[in-house]
Design a protein around this ligand. Sequence first.
Ligand code: ADP
Length: 255
Amino acid sequence: MIPEAMLEFNNVSLTYNGEATPTIDNLSFSIKRGEFVCLIGPSGCGKSTIFRLVNKLLKPQCGEIYADGQSISDHKNYCGYMPQNDLLFPWRTVADNVRLPLEIKGGLSKSEMDDRVNEVLKNVGLENWGQKSPSELSGGMRQRAAFARTLLTGCDLLLLDEPFSALDYLTRLSLREWLLDQWERDKKTILFITHDVDEAVFLSNRVFVAEHYPIDSLTSVDIPAAYPRSLKSLSEPGIADIKERLIGMLRKETA
Ligand code: ADP
């Protein structure tokens, strides 16, 4: 076990029921506390399977997964998960959607929950939208509400599965900047799945590339650009070279 790791896979393998070959094969990697890591790879290579293993929707046939230094098999409430689709309940107001993790966890009075919800809605720029229905929000606002709900799990490790992929280009650009602000403020550890190399390079300290199927390793590529980042930092020569290298790695896989 690596002491400073927030998430660690130790020789983890997963074969889906009825399948002859594994999807994850003896995989080891680790992510440090406070890192922002993007995971890229072609569709169907096993990225979401890694998330399903972390949040215990799947159990590996062998190996061990640690979150914050503890095996996840006897660990609860260690990660918040935000899917591609915001999954806001249409019959609940925005505030009541965001409140859900607090209700599930229990232990807080109604007014304590209201305070936490109001605070997080303010942080994500939705302080005047709590009493609206999710259908009254734009796509970008819905994703911010879904992110607020993920934050209220209280977990330091966040798994974000292509959260911006259904949004239009300009909304994606502004949500990327917004997410980095949130990350710098809250000091969470984020593992983020994306297909988009620009998005991965803009957001990450490191990019993990799933280069092989089954996934038996993740190639780690550092992004040596300071935060806060701007679109301009993506076009600096060193970063542009890294982008090209990442695209080359993905092309090799899909060829
Ligand atoms: P990605 O997130 O990279 O697009 P997934 O992790 O969703 O890929 O899926 C990886 C592989 O596992 C795919 O080939 C997919 O068809 C297969 N797979 C996913 N879920 C199941 C399942 N429940 N049973 C069998 N195979 C599955």
